[in-house]
Design a protein around this ligand. Sequence first.
Ligand SMILES: C[S@@+](CC[C@H](N)C(=O)[O-])C[C@H]1O[C@@H](n2cnc3c(N)ncnc32)[C@H](O)[C@@H]1O
Length: 251
Amino acid sequence: MAYPEIPGAQHAAPPNVPTKEFFDTKGLDYETTYGHNAGLLKAIDKLTALLRPGCRVLDLGCGTGRPVAHTLAARGFRVHGVDFSETMVELSRSAAPSGVFEQAHYLEWAPFPPIAAEESQDPKQQKFGGIVVSSSFYELSREQMETLVSRWRDWLEPGGFVLLVMVGAEDVPATKPDMYDADGRFARGIPFRFMGDDCFLYLFTRAGWRALLEEKGGLSVREQWTEAFVPPSEADCDGEVNSFLIAESAK
Ligand SMILES: C[S@@+](CC[C@H](N)C(=O)[O-])C[C@H]1O[C@@H](n2cnc3c(N)ncnc32)[C@H](O)[C@@H]1O
């Protein structure tokens, strides 16, 4: 299914979010800082216990491929990673050689060839049993996140699972009341230190992430929890309270 291009998809994200070029230069430094996040490892265990054995799993913003793609592949899942950084795509290919990895902007990517019947013999034409988004929506505006999540209705098989790992706006100390949208579910331009860079975050609240999955994705949230992550001091990053959500599509 071809989706109409979103005007300005490469540039519509607000200023001072980490760019493709930023991630191209970070590569393995990102993995050194974030690759051992105990909360994320636990969430991967929870997800893999739920997924249909051997199903396809889409990893949006796959980064270096560790820990997510590597662990999923090692447990027999067919990983399909998408990332706009060629450095990250190359690292993912090494981390999970059995996976398929593509360099693309999320909003310009669709699971081609068109998804056909679930029982199709062509693995490329089967829907995804799982979708993982781990800390990789930071570069999108609210409207772009909503567009992307609404597309998952076509991409997930019935009874498939989503793992979303983000940060709730209310869990960042620098979030101020005037940063919130009128509905109180989203805050814009939150200052944050990320790998030596001063950037700005655009985040849903914990309730907002939940509503995003339920209202735009048509999913039922099965579990939501938070866990603090403290990066090593030499990484020059602010600490995070990660918000984890596991959601399920209708059977
Ligand atoms: C913070 S890293 C997280 C990597 C990985 N998911 C993890 O948890 O280790 C975000 C990743 O998303 C990718 N990314 C960010 N915005 C993207 C976009 N619009 N399209 C594709 N990839 C994107 C970046 O290149 C980067 O590798």
